[in-house]
Design a binder for this molecule. Sequence first.
Ligand code: PMV
Length: 355
Amino acid sequence: MQEARHGTRETAGDAAASAADAATRSASALARANVALVKYWGKRDEERNLPAVGSISLTLDGLEALATVRVCRDGEPRFRTNGRPVEGLAAQRMARFLDDLAASGEGGAPLLAADVEANFAVGAGLASSAAIYCAVTAAALAVLGRRVAAEELSGLARLGSGSAARSVYGGLVEWSRGVAPDGHDSVARQLLPESAWDLAMLVAITSEEMKRTASRDAMRAVAETSPLYRGWLDAQEEDLAAMRDAIARRDLAAVGRIAEENCLRMHATCFAARPPIVFWTPATLAVMDAVRALRDGGTGAYFTIDAGPQVKVLCLRADVDAVAERLAAVPGVRRVLRSGPGRGVEMVRGEAPWR
Ligand code: PMV
């Protein structure tokens, strides 16, 4: 997490723009997507969006959401992505989140609106909600003039989308389950800074469609109907401890093995739900096979899959070309995004609200 350093986004008219901002009260923050290597799957409290398990993720460079939050008038769209008003449940969810943030401060509760520019597909299993809600939280707090500790920023972002708690920090990040009923201890912390390990993550895009089942609906269905959910919960602490240890040792083979096992266990809970939930397509399976083939050929590559059909592949930066080429050749893969460890949330316009 850092202060504003987006020189490229600053223009000569900045001073004038900041003066105008002060009058209209707006602020902009940039946050990146993150991909969990040990997954958040299931909630212990739906209302407070508290996870049933801890999780560990990698914040991704280049998959960014830039959120501008401003005070708006009644009737104006409260949530736009890439210039277009968002409709339906996603819009209601954002409006409620902004209202809750505004109500939690002192001195009235202004009506807030969020304009988000994302440079990657929204709602297609690419962790867009993590980047969006993290950036919106930081920008909204700046508009509201609130100052919070970094952990509190993480806890507030969590209320919008669980995984957003992790995008506050760069590199490898752990979000604790916490035990407190009010959730104050369910916040993220950095395990390893983004510059500490030359990792790469590739995303094999197998479909650009909106996902059929939202993560939160799938989590609820799994918790209510899947006989494998209990086993998932019971196995998580061991994965978290082993992953912390593997990260501290920079042991890619161990990190990759734990990530694959954890991902398959999460998806197993979905297959066993009633009715079953299957996020995969034939291309998803074909990419998993290609990753195993890369490993058989001596390249350290490991997959993980979230609540969608895309496959994320972890490897060393030195191997990124070879891995990208192999993934792009898999039938059904539309394109391959290349990324690596990214920074935490940053202010682009306005004062950072965290200490
Ligand atoms: O943050 P949400 O509500 O979009 O849920 C994210 C769930 C997974 O992406 C499947 C796992 C994770 O830890 O990010």
